[in-house]
Design a protein around this ligand. Structure first.
Ligand code: NAD
Length: 472
């Protein structure tokens, strides 16, 4: 990372000076260094609560215990009933009040809000979270699990469920100082079993730079929901894989066992070769905008591997200029590479190239959500991706797969290193974690979306931006 302020505030001199004059210190985030199969919560404490009448405590406890975590409860909370019942049904030991057992801090707080029936009942959320939020360990997690408002018809219950979105986005901005993140998972009827895997992602160090997000699930297209684990035997194509975020995505998919085919522009063939050599991948020097790109991919991949299980559309460029000064070739280049190529390649691969159950992840950007002066072309492409994955979700679901997008915030890459000092410093600091993300943060989210563990996530765009203050 090339963030001198971060390094300074973590040096011994920097710590002294920051202490004296009160400089804010961005937290050092703990990131996963092991594959998914490792138990991310081994021996860690997760304080679990529920609203009275909650119905999702069983899958929540199953996820925590399955990931090696210890479940704690507060005995005098109104919503203890659902958690106790779930513990008994699953034979999971419930440790009583935090602090009672050696004072170990909670690594996470999870609240099952699925029973909320009115705004007044939000008080149960307050009563549970308010006294304990201060004591969450650094790099902690706060997670709410609710019924998706769209699947609720009662006005009071739907309003209460929607209120959680504002709660979690505000809390994310309060707890980020020690590296803690806060997120909300919305579960429609029929998707209860799918939350196990999703919860494990959010509770783990694989989601270190994801905060302030609301992730609505869908009913999984396949019956059994896989747990996070190996991508052994999967064939994955990553575009723009020579460097930056694409190289990290390729490395992370390979870490999970996928065979990676990295594709990049012929001008980047050298870098592509180096990245693929590191991970035992195969390089394809093809321009994503070539009209026959899909046919060439299908033919090259077909020769050695049959078809594709995973495709990550990561290749992207910026050509920034205020619209009044923007030449047409800047406009055309960005639209063609960042957006039109994705539609063209998928259209071709849907005819020939995708295996059944193929999962596609497109890289959007918070620039497509908040907009940036000088990026009308780029913003258009990244917003277009959000609409595209939403539209195409049923098409991929029909084939047993999914299509989603990840929208990075400020990520430390060659692209952002080239920014002028002022905008770069503003870009990396103005989020709840006060720092830029790393390519690995995007790669972890992409890898999760690309895996069968995310089978209830389809048509969604998740921001990986440390809860950047720009955009919703
Ligand atoms: P990068 O410039 O480091 O890498 C982009 C890669 O795409 C390069 O290897 C490049 O050769 C390849 N590429 C460009 N045109 C191509 C073409 N026509 N055909 C094939 N490959 C082509 O960029 P990055 O920062 O790693 O960004 C990767 C993706 O993430 C992009 O879609 C970008 O818009 C998005 N993104 C990045 C950030 C960030 O902060 N870096 C933020 C939001 C979104």
């Amino acid at each position: 990372m090339n963030d001198r302020y971060f390094e300074f505030t973590h040096s011994s001199l920097g710590k002294t000076i920051s202490g004296l004059i009160g400089l804010p210190t961005p937290p050092r985030l703990r990131r996963a260094d092991a594959p998914w199969a490792m138990q991310p919560l081994d021996g860690r404490y997760v304080l679990v609560g529920a609203s009275s009448g909650a119905t999702l405590s069983q899958p929540i406890l199953r996820a925590i215990a399955g990931a090696g975590g210890e479940v704690r409860v507060i005995t005098d909370h109104a919503g203890l009933g659902p958690v106790k019942a779930a513990g008994a049904a699953l034979n999971v030991k419930l440790h009583t009040n935090p602090g009672a057992e050696g004072g170990t801090r909670n690594n996470a707080i999870v609240f099952d809000a699925s029973g909320l029936s009115s705004p007044a009942q939000l008080r149960e959320l307050y009563d549970f979270v308010q006294p304990v939020v201060r004591g969450v360990a650094s790099n902690g997690r706060v997670l709410l699990v609710s019924r998706a408002p769209e699947s609720i018809s009662d006005v009071k219950a739907k309003t209460a469920s929607t209120a959680l979105r504002g709660f979690i986005r505000s809390l994310g901005k309060e707890v980020g100082k020690n590296g803690t993140t806060a997120n909300l998972i919305e579960v429609p009827a029929g998707a209860d079993d799918a939350i196990d895997a999703v919860l494990r992602f959010f509770l783990s160090e694989h989601s270190a730079f994801v905060s302030g997000q609301v992730l609505p699930l869908s009913k999984p297209v396949t019956g059994a929901v896989a747990l996070p684990g190996s991508l052994e035997g999967k064939i994955a194509l990553v575009t723009g894989a020579a460097r930056g975020i694409g190289a990290s995505i390729a490395e992370t998919l390979a870490r999970e066992g996928a065979k990676v085919v990295g594709m990049d522009h012929p001008s980047a063939e050298g870098g592509l070769g180096e990245t693929m050599a590191k991970i035992g991948g195969v390089g394809l020097a093809i321009d994503v905008t070539a009209p026959d790109a899909a046919a060439r991919i299908a033919s090259e991949v077909g020769k050695d591997f049959g078809g594709l299980d995973i495709v990550v559309h990561n290749a992207g460029v910026t050509r920034d200029k205020m619209l009044r000064n923007m030449p047409a070739h800047f406009w055309d280049m960005v639209i063609n590479i960042n957006l039109a190529a994705i539609l063209n390649i998928n259209e071709g691969l849907l005819k020939k190239g995708f295996n059944d159950g193929a999962r596609v992840v497109c890289i959007s950007s918070i620039g497509g959500i908040s907009g940036n002066a000088g990026q009308t072309n780029y913003g258009a492409t990244k917003a277009g991706i959000i609409g595209y994955v939403d539209t195409m979700a049923p098409v991929f679901a029909q084939r047993g797969g999914a299509i989603n997008a990840v929208a990075p915030g400020f990520i430390e890459t060659a692209m952002t290193a080239a920014m002028p000092f002022g905008p770069r410093e503003v870009g990396r600091r103005l989020n709840s974690l006060s720092q830029g993300g790393l390519p690995q943060d995007i790669a972890e989210a992409v890898t999760f979306f690309a895996s069968p563990a995310a089978s209830a996530v389809n048509g969604r765009t998740m921001r990986v931006c440390g809860q950047n203050y720009f955009g919703a």
